[in-house]
Write a protein that binds this ligand. Structure first.
Ligand code: NAI
Ligand code: HPV
Length: 601
């Protein structure tokens, strides 16, 4: 694989002399304050510099669109011209951006497609001074060859402290009582609170912030449990926290604190159905993202008394509408997304983001990059179907994990007739890592940050090469992903040696799943997949097919892998649409089906 170092800005005019010379062009670097035009020749494009000497500057320009700590600004100024323009309207941002090489924002600025389009290709890096990058259009950034970096660690403690502040303030009615005294009242009986000591706190999302909240809550004498299907149990044990199922967490908690990322799987995770299963009088804290709660359902749960109180730092829409029932509810305490807002965190975040942005502008690889870099076209073309296969195998494997044991050790085996030097597996490993981590985390994984991300999560990925005889024309025969020391939601995916095992191949350019546990299957990895273990017998395909057909779910592929005729078999069914819960239930009720699982690709 060619070098992945980005072209540097130190000698910008050289890197621009001909675009076709760029090694692995992630950025098309351009000098500042130069007017230029390109010839219209299709292959070779030349820069024609027409700048006056007075306007020439080698320094890039960084637009800081939201308040950033001084230490970060100082770092930036050593390397770049820094334009601090806060509260820009979307139109003003689009106008300014064409003059900038980098943009730094927090959660209040929408960096949408229009911003990238307006930049005319000059914008090379967007720095998100914080964790969540839901305000940046990553697809548009990548399409425009713009790197996005964030600052994932410097505000962890601040967010955890704010969670604890909200927990205590809520339990003792601090905000309501404060407003009452300021309104001239003295209502000591009205604002009797509840104690924290001895109560059960459930932390949902035991990542960086969640584990810091748990640690602090233990110090307050609380009994802490957590639910995070992907967190290592030993990390939880080390701070005296028990990892339990989602159902148990919500049914037993006196307080629930939310710390998972907003993903399709966590969106509206707290809803009418889940509130109904909670202990009456539960109290909820949210410093994660507003979207993990169905806010209308929360209002209903507050009104019905299931939820006694809530303390919210984040909202689906920010700022929320002034007449929002939730915000105005007398048993709800709110803050305007202040989780990361401490002097210390903002200084830390500012330094973390300034270093990342300066590094990226210098052409260095950024450890906190959150979108995909461009790789040489010839490598991508050859590996493209295998890259897709790798990511999908990772996605499948992690969705098979059950129980609370956590994913710590993954082994990847590549069977290939290529000499080891002739097959660079970094991209494949990165994509497997992406498949394993993205469905369960707020982190975006790519070639740049895959190893870093795996390490941060305590995930050990080992690789093994199986050298095959034969023609080395295609780069790979098969990829196998094994997850050790875990339970599975689908017991048949556990191989004889005790690991969850999935294997896939590329057939006619399309990735296929070819093995689950010890069972051979053959299903194209498109749409979604249902895996069923059954007693092999006639008519099974028809039974399941007709349940799916009744609700117009299109079956793209079906295959049955069995140990021996009329013994146990695994049926793999590819579906274009997601079947309803009812249909999945009916599939589970087919008498010969012993277990089944629905997996999203
Ligand atoms: N209010 C604020 O100002 C701040 C908010 N945040 C938000 O807090 C959230 C967490 O941040 P970090 O701890 O840094 O992220 P992290 O990635 O370290 O932790 C997230 C954890 O959630 C877990 N998770 C994923 N899906 C889950 C599910 N379905 N159920 C339970 N757990 C699940 C993951 O396994 C991971 O351990 C992010 O959304 C972030 O944006 C972070 C900093 C400040
Ligand atoms: O880092 C995060 O994810 C946050 O939510 C903090 O957002 P902010 O930088 O304070 O706008």
């Amino acid at each position: 694989m060619a070098s992945l170092k980005f072209p540097t800005l130190k000698n910008p005019s050289l890197s621009l002399s001909s675009k076709s010379c760029l090694p692995s062009a992630f950025f098309v670097t351009r000098p500042n304050n130069l007017s230029f035009s390109r010839s219209s020749q299709p292959q070779r494009r030349f820069l024609i510099i027409t700048a006056s000497a007075a306007s020439f500057s080698n320094k890039p320009t960084v637009l800081v669109a939201e308040k950033l700590g001084e230490a970060g600004l100082t770092l930036l100024k050593e390397f770049a011209n820094v334009d601090c323009s806060y509260n820009l309207s979307p139109e003003e941002l689009c106008t300014k951006i064409s003059l900038c090489d980098a943009l730094i924002v927090r959660s209040g600025t929408k960096v949408n497609r229009e911003v990238f389009e307006s930049s005319g290709g000059r914008l090379k890096v967007v720095g998100r001074a914080g964790v969540g990058i839901d305000n940046v259009d990553l697809a548009a950034a990548t399409e425009h060859g713009c790197l996005v970096v964030n600052a994932p660690t410097a505000n962890t403690v601040a967010a955890a402290e704010h969670g604890i502040a909200l927990l205590a303030a809520m339990a003792r009615n601090v905000a309501q009582a404060d407003a009452s005294v300021k309104a001239g009242k003295w209502q000591r009986n009205k604002y009797v609170g509840v104690s924290l000591v001895g109560k059960t706190l459930a932390v949902l999302g035991f990542g960086k912030v969640g584990s810091e909240v748990a640690r602090r809550a233990k110090g307050l004498g609380m009994h802490v449990i957590a639910h995070d299907p992907y967190a290592p149990a030993d990390r939880a044990r080390a701070i005296g926290v028990e990892l339990v199922s989602f159902e148990e967490t919500i049914a037993t908690a006196d307080f629930i604190s939310l710390h998972m990322p907003l993903t399709p799987a966590t969106s509206k995770m707290l809803n009418d159905e889940t509130f109904a299963k909670m202990k009456k009088g539960v109290r909820i804290v949210n410093v994660a993202r507003g979207g993990v709660i169905d806010e209308d359902a929360l209002v209903r749960a507050l009104d019905s008394g299931i939820v006694a109180q809530a303390a919210l730092d984040v909202f689906t829409e920010e700022p929320p509408k002034q007449d929002s029932k939730l915000v105005q509810h007398e048993r709800v305490t709110v803050t305007p997304h202040l989780g990361a807002s401490t002097m210390e965190a903002q200084e830390g975040v500012a330094i973390e983001i300034a270093e990342a942005v300066v590094g990226a502008l210098k052409g260095e690889l950024a450890a906190t990059a959150v979108n995909a870099p461009m790789v040489p076209a010839e490598v991508l073309t050859e590996l493209k179907p295998y890259v897709e296969l790798a990511e999908k195998l990772g996605r499948l494997a992690v969705q098979l994990v059950g129980g609370g044991s956590g994913v710590k050790s993954v082994k990847v085996s590549y069977a290939s007739s290529r000499a080891p030097d002739d097959l660079d597996t970094r991209l494949l490993r990165a994509m497997i890592t992406k498949g394993l981590i993205e469905p369960i985390s707020s982190v975006f994984v790519n070639l740049v940050n895959a190893d870093y991300t795996a390490k941060q999560r305590g995930l050990r990925i080992t690789e093994e090469r199986i050298i095959l005889d034969g023609s080395p024309e295609s780069p790979l025969e098969s990829i196998q992903v094994q997850i050790a020391n875990v339970e599975s939601k689908f017991a048949s995916s556990i191989s004889e040696s005790g690991e969850i095992k999935v294997e896939g191949r590329v057939k006619d350019g399309v990735p296929h799943l070819t093995k689950v546990g010890s069972f051979e299957v053959d299903v194209s990895l498109e749409g979604s997949i249902i895996l069923c273990r059954q007693v092999d017998q006639p008519g099974m395909i028809g039974k399941v097919g007709s349940i799916l057909g009744q609700e117009n779910v299109n079956v793209s592929f079906m295959s049955v892998g069995r140990i021996a005729p009329r013994k146990q078999a695994v049926m793999a069914i590819g579906v274009d649409e997601q079947p309803s819960k009812e249909s999945l239930k009916r599939i589970g009720e087919v008498p010969a089906i012993e277990e089944f699982v629905f997996l999203k690709l």
